[in-house]
Design a protein around this ligand. Sequence first.
Ligand SMILES: [Zn+2]
Length: 449
Amino acid sequence: MSDFDVFSNRWEITGKITLVTPLRIGGGQNAGAYSLSQSPVLISYDAHTQTAQPYIPGSSLKGVLRSTMERIIRTLNEKKSCIAVGERRAVNNVLCGKSDCVPCSIFGSQKSGASIRVQDAHLCDDVEFGNVLDERPHCATLYDKRSDRYEMQMVRRGNFKVPKTILRMEEVVATNTSFDLNINIDNVNDRDIGLLMLMLEEFNHKRCHLGGGVSRGHGFADIGDLKVIKKTIDSDNKLFFNVLEEQCDIDKLRNYAKDYLRSIDDGNEINRRDFDIYYRAYQTKGMSGHLVVKYKITTLKPFQMPGVDESTVTNYGVPVIPGSTIKGFLRHKLIKDGVVASIIDEIFGSVKGNYQHRSRLLVSDAYPDENFAGRDMIPENTTLTMWVVFDNMEANEVNLIKNVLTSRQVITGKRIAGVRKGKPADNNEVEFSAVTPERFNISKYLKES
Ligand SMILES: [Zn+2]
């Protein structure tokens, strides 16, 4: 445990967080003062500039860094990790606070304070407020479960029966918005700073995410411009209180951390699929476990998906295919193809029954590689990029999704896609191709950088 009455060193970590997908941190009622949205994002009022700005609370960032560190340590050696998630956390919701617990010594526990202070991340200076908020429709199709099958709920509209849906709006911070990262830590060693560097890097691998709506691809971010300054007191100089500053070599710090992680690795695969470990992390072959796959999408016909006050959903004016739309399409497709409800729940999550957990499948928005603002549709032959995360899945589940994404598909309801009796879709036909799949594998992870 570190003593806070003795100053031995202070580390200052700075960097830049750039959103790769929209960020959704709900602001509750107070944020309503600054927004007309039904469901506004978290906003802080800056008296100095007299503006209200979205920000990322330090507590959110700290929470993600801690759970990311716990997840990697627990995958390597359950005895070296601390808090648990899900059921086990409900049983014993206390942090251990032991002096040899690395997460507790960095992030704190009920027994001792944290060494780390993660500051609220505010918009970078060059970002103009007013250019960063978007209103997003979120449409969910309702299903009934009969024995082990899902059936779409239908409602009568005029002479037709149409799927029953719920539409709600929510505000998000637009993609490409950047925030300043500022972290201070006192009295820790190179290994601990190295571990934090590794955890920050996990954002770039798209294995950890910020805020809510993660299963529809919100909260993916890149962290760049990382800089670590170490401050120590010059002990040779007895007359003056002199603070020495040095900029640290981040690769070296990461390697200290990897030395530590290698030293605790017990080589045991943990045989459960909770999100507090990486499933099948020791396997070197196959498609099970934790995978992040970047996909390219090509529109074979123009794509349109009506948004709030816009003829197609955009990210601050640039048309996109929303992650929630693609995910909804995948779920619907598997149900239509006869996949049983228990597997659907395993993949897409469920709040009822025996399969209560969040979605294992995270699907981000698909962004045109060339930004073209001001269009009301995505023209045909446009290439877009999206991220799909398969979180702790079995190979057969991964294959179900992968197989859908290897053939041409028409996305969204038939009406929007312009399908009429016996006539192919006028709109929204796309083709997917997977690039750079990355599976979480221990030996690859522990290699020196
Ligand atoms: Zn602990």
